[in-house]
Write a protein that binds this ligand. Structure first.
Ligand SMILES: [Zn+2]
Length: 239
């Protein structure tokens, strides 16, 4: 088998080195009455897993991510509401990661998936935009009723703006957002509005050349998968 995060040959779904790199993420406050719970901090192998899922439609990458998320779902969660990707983006990448993660979580926990948010055709990325623009992610309720204590499900939590917009679209009913990974800068107790919670700069250990090397490796790995996506599309996305 090949490691899902680094594509090196290994015996399980993740090699020992990538397993060692996974870092659990403490809960964060995302907004009034909205708590963020993540499987891992968005770095190293966890980040590579999310990228494989999100940009290269490697569905198997959802498995170790959902395993970690499932362990952290509180018993009070009544429903899983995926935060949909813009429809054109889902088409372009061949996957809606939040929907895949929600299905995997439902399989593990028995909690039903409720498609309460209708995906829009498109909205702009958040990177480099002002805070006002970042908070204006458009969501509309699908009309399906959402039970109290429903949990939103998304792939990555960066600024929390998307999760807040999704919760607001459902009149604040979701009290929790479950994500595969979250930015390491989002620490517990920081104000979601005061600017303390910001977009994580990805210039740390994974610099541009490392990222390019990973992309090339992953591209080779994906030659046999059902869909191969060009390198230029493997960019961090703040949706
Ligand atoms: Zn690995």
């Amino acid at each position: 088998m090949l490691c899902l995060a680094c594509t090196m040959p290994c015996s399980g779904s993740l090699c020992e080195r990538c397993r060692f790199e996974l870092r659990p993420a403490p809960e964060v406050s995302v907004g009034p009455g909205l708590i963020g719970v993540a499987g891992f901090v968005h770095e190293g192998s966890a980040r590579r897993l999310v990228h494989a899922l999100k940009y290269r439609a490697v569905f198997a990458a959802a498995v170790p991510l959902a395993d970690a998320m499932a362990e952290r779902i509180p018993g009070s969660a009544t429903a899983l509401v995926p935060v949909p990707r813009a429809r054109l983006r889902a088409f372009r990448h061949g996957i809606d990661p939040a929907a895949v993660l929600a299905d995997e979580l439902s399989r593990r926990t028995g909690i039903p998936v409720v498609d309460a948010i209708r995906p829009r055709l498109w909205w702009r990325r958040h990177a480099g935009r002002s805070r006002e623009e970042r908070t204006s992610v458009p969501f509309t309720p699908s009309g399906v009723s959402v039970p109290k204590d429903a949990a939103l499900v998304d792939d990555v939590l960066t600024t929390g703006a998307t999760a807040r917009a999704a919760a607001a679209a459902l009149e604040g009913l979701p009290t929790l957002v479950l994500v595969a990974t979250r930015a390491s800068r989002m620490e517990s107790g920081e104000s979601p509005y005061g600017g303390a919670v910001t977009v994580q700069p990805f210039s740390g250990p994974t610099d541009r050349s490392t990222l390019r090397a990973q992309t090339t490796k992953a591209g080779r790995f994906n030659a046999s998968s059902r869909r191969s996506v060009g390198h230029s599309r493997d960019r961090e996305e703040y949706e």
